[in-house]
Write a protein that binds this ligand. Structure first.
Ligand code: SF4
Ligand code: SF4
Length: 424
């Protein structure tokens, strides 16, 4: 841990909490409140509980932890709030306070340490996990699973080989005259389960005049750690990523995962008290661009063939509410010849994925997913487009479980399909 981080107290600030005027205008935007109708599972109720804890009126009780844990951190309440309450920041700080003060039962501690401290930050561990999952896939062991294990397995990503790691340390040149030099962050699990998406992202960037560097020393962005309240580990990962990209001069740092992008854009906040890294983090964060944001901001290569499909777009929470990006992915979809966009109702309502929420709170997650798939079905679209691998997994599970469309694709994969069909 950097010495300058050690003075931090990670908990909701009373200054931020005081912005809430208890008007309740956020309630209808909140998925957990809409499902349960319980005030303590609404944004206003959760802010109230945070105030109680921060003033010492209430302790960090099991009930408090349950209500904070059940929040999807989707930040829809932030969009709805007229008083500018930065709810995402508050709930992340509340989770950090819980993490730092409450000793969870040992099985939960063991699992969390394995996932957050051993698996996600380690390329070797992820590779080994990927190979294990591959063996499982090939031997068909998953077909033997029953009950809760089968339910969890249905939400797990499939492994795609070869892993995207083979591109690490390389720069892939632009097709034609180079216009930009960008760095691509490959994610953590995405390297083993979304290699096709990362490869499509590289191809589309190269088609659009980008030299694409995949920095070798990059690591997991720390988003899942932040959401789980493990901010010190997230800070360590942030410093590693900042160092990994320090040598290059990039026009943009690109991510195709909205959940990662939200956290990468908030490295400045994560490291604001670190004398050595605060400035570097500010610069890093301003360079981060979601792939849809970047492509929509440049002159798009128009040489695409027709893609005669009907698509409905699901806003990823961390793109729409976290990064306030809604128009860019829609603009890109509409730029594809032949592609028809049909908007679904409540497209910016959470699909229930929310990082590992679908594994921890499967009933709530499935209930939200079922409603999402009903709205997809109403559009009669064949394809659900979105901009976050986590949402893609959840929506794919939704198609298998509830029907409603034939496939899920990232916006950049649809662009790639249109470019590739034009070059055949
Ligand atoms: S979070 Fe915002 S919208 Fe919700 S009750 Fe507080 S002030 Fe009102
Ligand atoms: S982040 Fe989402 S689930 Fe949590 S309180 Fe806000 S709207 Fe509700």
């Amino acid at each position: 841990m950097a010495a300058s981080d050690s003075t931090l107290v990670d908990k909701p600030s009373t200054f931020d909490l005081d912005h809430c005027v208890h008007c309740g205008l956020c309630l209808n935007a909140c998925p957990t409140y809409r499902e349960l109708g319980v005030e303590m599972d609404s944004p206003r109720g959760r802010v109230y509980q945070m105030v109680q804890v921060s003033t010492g009126t209430a302790a960090i009780s099991d009930s408090y932890i349950e209500h904070i844990d059940l929040c999807l951190a989707c930040r829809a309440c932030e969009t709805a709030c007229p008083s500018g309450v930065e709810y995402g920041r508050l709930v992340e700080a509340a989770r950090a306070e819980i993490e730092n003060n409450v000793r969870r039962p040992w099985p939960a501690r063991l699992l969390r340490n394995l996932v957050f401290a051993r698996l996600l930050p380690s390329r070797t561990a992820l590779r080994l996990a990927g190979l294990g999952m591959l063996v499982n896939q090939k031997l068909g062991i998953r077909k033997l699973l029953r009950g809760r294990l089968a339910e969890l397995d249905a939400l797990a990503p499939a492994v795609e080989t070869p892993f995207f790691y083979r591109y690490y340390g390389k720069t892939l040149p632009a097709e034609g005259e180079p216009r930009y030099h960008v760095a691509l962050l490959g994610g953590c699990i995405a390297n083993i389960s979304f290699a096709r998406l990362n490869e499509a992202t590289v191809r589309v960037l190269r088609k659009n005049g980008c030299d694409v560097t995949i920095p070798h020393a990059q690591t997991c962005c720390g988003a899942l750690h932040v959401h789980a309240g493990r901010r010190e580990e997230a800070r360590e990962l942030a410093r590693r990523n900042i160092d990994a990209l320090a040598e290059g001069r990039y026009d943009a740092i690109i991510t195709n995962a909205a959940g990662c992008g939200s956290t990468l854009k908030e490295y400045d906040e994560l490291l604001e008290h670190n004398g050595e890294y605060a400035g570097k983090a500010r610069q890093f964060s301003t360079q981060v661009k979601d792939i849809t944001e970047f492509l929509a901001s440049i002159e798009l290569n128009p040489k695409m063939n027709e893609l005669p499909i009907t698509v409905t777009y699901q806003d990823s929470c961390h793109l729409a509410h976290g990064q306030k990006i809604r128009a860019a992915p829609r603009k890109l979809l509409r730029a594809i010849p032949g592609l028809i966009v049909k908007e679904m109702a409540l497209a910016d309502h959470c699909c229930g994925s929310a990082g590992i929420y679908n594994i921890l709170h499967t009933d709530m997650s499935m209930s939200l997913l079922e409603k999402k798939m009903d709205r997809v079905r109403d559009t009669h679209a064949e394809v659900i487009a979105t901009a976050n691998p986590g949402c893609m997994l959840q929506l794919e599970a939704g198609i298998r479980k509830f029907g409603g469309a034939t496939r899920v694709a990232h916006v950049v994969e649809l662009l790639d399909e249109a470019y590739r069909s034009s070059s055949r």
